[in-house]
Write a protein that binds this ligand. Structure first.
Ligand SMILES: Cc1cc2nc3c(=O)[nH]c(=O)nc-3n(C[C@H](O)[C@H](O)[C@H](O)COP(=O)(O)OP(=O)(O)OC[C@H]3O[C@@H](n4cnc5c(N)ncnc54)[C@H](O)[C@@H]3O)c2cc1C
Length: 505
């Protein structure tokens, strides 16, 4: 199947299309990796598909990942061979489906004990072998001089060498937009700022949803043969709409990332610390001209929309970086801090979240509500295939084969334009803002500065400084008044304060 670019996507036109179907085959709730993947899978099979997202696409966990398309070196160490093999295959598929958004990244693991060099070398060779012909490049052992050349800032004392291996890197929120546009190109409908506020039942079976437009306030009563709950860490809220009093399915865990300048990791290679004091791995990865450091794994029973770092999380990352760098960043060097909540499938309250399953789970309630939870960005396509198979079966739709394994997504990153940038530290032009509105579903200043461009994640201070100019531009394009401009600028300043490290911890 070849997808044709759908061109501009004005929201009024999308909302008007809600009335075109008396009943949808599938309604998918939630516009993160899981929901968007499922909507694309269903639409490309020819099912009448609608996706509703309460806020912006990828506003939840899906814009706050480490941005790796990976098999998971850590899961290999835990012996989860099947999980790693499947993810490595999906890594390869995604690199072919969205070559404009996924790139190969070399990682170097510095080693300070010869035994570690042997052990890690063997592990990373096994990682390559599991990838088979779908590999991204062979792992190899480096001597101390080669390791220092790759990672000039690494701690030199006692350095015995390193291991270099390859994984994938992508831009999570850009992939979410690519999936949304691709779904529309395939004949489906996706709408952001449209919250599902209730489920409809008939004779004990779920048969649709009630949705409210978060901009205009209008309510829509929509029918569907299958309803898919893909709301990430909020999945239990939806499950309770279906079955009040049901036992929770998720045990969310928070992960924090810090963003610092490129001088902390010059050279282009990423650094992996294989074992931190909490038994995790720590990454330092070049990302969009900056360096991403992360992450933590802290159980978090509440599920705020804007999770901030918990006490100690920022210090933990900085302290761990100090153990492996000759000179490490301090709090004052952090340009932005962001946190995300992993939708892990639950366990006993006292089980450490690091041990919880990263695999996905599909549950079907007595009324037929299908909930898909867990998993990761890398395997979204596989999760979507399974979800659509189950939903089609449940709804008695005629079986149709999945076509996404070789589908080319509409992934071409839109040009930044040549009209000059709106801020000296950001490659954001007025033309790019206009593209975000016309082609990429952006509705407010946060959509543009957090997810269409990654300013808020890369340099929170610069994002706040450019916000008034972006808001003015948007007001002109969307026909908004001065009160909207003031409210947007003020709201964004408040939101961005949580991304300044000085104000956290
Ligand atoms: C710190 C961290 C690092 C990670 N790093 C990686 C990585 O490097 N690689 C990788 O492959 N994976 C990674 N992951 C995992 C990956 O990011 C997640 O598995 C994935 O993004 C989850 O997507 P989701 O669609 O299930 O959830 P979400 O992205 O949270 O989407 C759920 C959506 O549902 C919407 N919603 C909620 N309620 C309603 C409602 N009533 N009506 C309509 N919409 C609603 C929300 O607004 C939200 O947008 C990481 C996760 C974390 C937390």
């Amino acid at each position: 199947m070849i997808l044709n670019d759908p061109g501009p996507l004005p929201r009024e036109r999308l909302i008007a299309q809600l009335a075109t179907q008396p009943a949808w085959d599938l309604i998918v709730i939630g516009g993160g990796a899981t929901g968007l993947g499922t909507a694309l899978d269903a639409a490309t099979r020819g099912y009448r598909t609608l996706l509703l997202e309460a806020r912006d696409f990828a506003k939840g966990t899906s814009s706050r990942s480490t941005k790796l398309v990976h098999g998971g070196v850590r899961y290999l160490a835990q012996g989860r061979i099947g999980l790693v093999r499947e993810a490595l295959l999906e890594r390869w598929r995604l690199s072919r489906s969205a070559p404009g958004l996924v790139r190969r990244q070399r990682f170097v693991v510095p080693v300070y004990r010869l035994w570690d060099k042997l052990k890690l070398g063997a592990g990373l060779t096994a990682y390559d072998l599991l990838a088979g012909r779908h590999g991204f490049g062979r792992a190899r052992l480096l001597d101390a001089a080669q390791t220092l050349a790759a990672l000039p800032t690494v701690r030199k004392e006692g350095l015995k060498g390193g291991i270099a291996y390859f994984d994938g890197q992508f831009d999570d929120s850009a992939l979410a937009v690519a999936l949304a546009r691709s779904t529309i190109a395939a004949g489906g409908l996706v709408i952001n700022y449209m919250a599902v506020t209730g489920l409809r039942h008939e004779s004990g079976r779920v048969c649709g949803v009630i949705a409210r437009d978060q901009e205009g306030g209008e309510e829509f009563v929509l029918e569907a043969r299958a309803v898919v709950n893909a709301t990430g860490v909020w999945a239990d809220d939806l499950r309770k709409m279906d079955e009040p009093g049901c036992a929770p399915m998720l045990s969310p865990s928070q992960g924090v990332h810090l963003v610092v300048g490129p001088q902390w990791l010059p050279g282009g290679d990423a650094l992996l610390v294989p074992e931190t004091t909490d038994g995790r791995v720590l990454f330092m990865i070049p990302w969009q001209g900056k360096v991403l450091l992360g992450t933590t794994d802290t159980p978090r029973p509440d599920v705020p929309l804007e999770p901030g770092p918990l006490p100690g999380e920022v210090e933990f990352i900085l302290r761990t970086a100090q153990t492996c760098l000759s000179r490490a960043p301090q709090r004052s060097d952090v340009l932005s801090v962001f946190a995300g909540l992993r939708p892990l499938i639950g366990a006993a309250p006292d089980e450490p979240t690091g041990q919880l399953s990263r695999e996905h789970v599909i549950r079907v309630s007595a009324s037929g509500l299908l909930t898909i939870g867990g998993g990761k960005w890398t395997t979204y396509r596989r999760m979507a295939e399974e979800t659509t198979d189950r939903a089609a079966n449940l709804a008695g739709l005629s079986p149709r084969p999945c076509v996404t394994a070789e589908l080319k997504l509409l992934d071409q990153p839109l040009s930044d334009g040549n009209a000059g940038f709106l801020h000296p530290r950001l490659d954001l032009s007025a033309a790019r803002v206009e593209q975000a509105i016309r082609f990429e579903f952006a509705r407010n200043v946060e959509d543009v500065l957090a997810r269409r461009h990654r300013a808020l994640f890369l340099d929170a201070e610069a994002a706040v400084e450019v916000a008034p100019a972006v808001t003015e531009l948007m007001a002109g394009l969307l026909g908004r008044d001065g009160a909207w401009v003031c409210a947007q600028t003020e709201g964004f300043r408040e939101l961005a304060s949580a991304y300044h490290v000085a104000s956290s911890d």
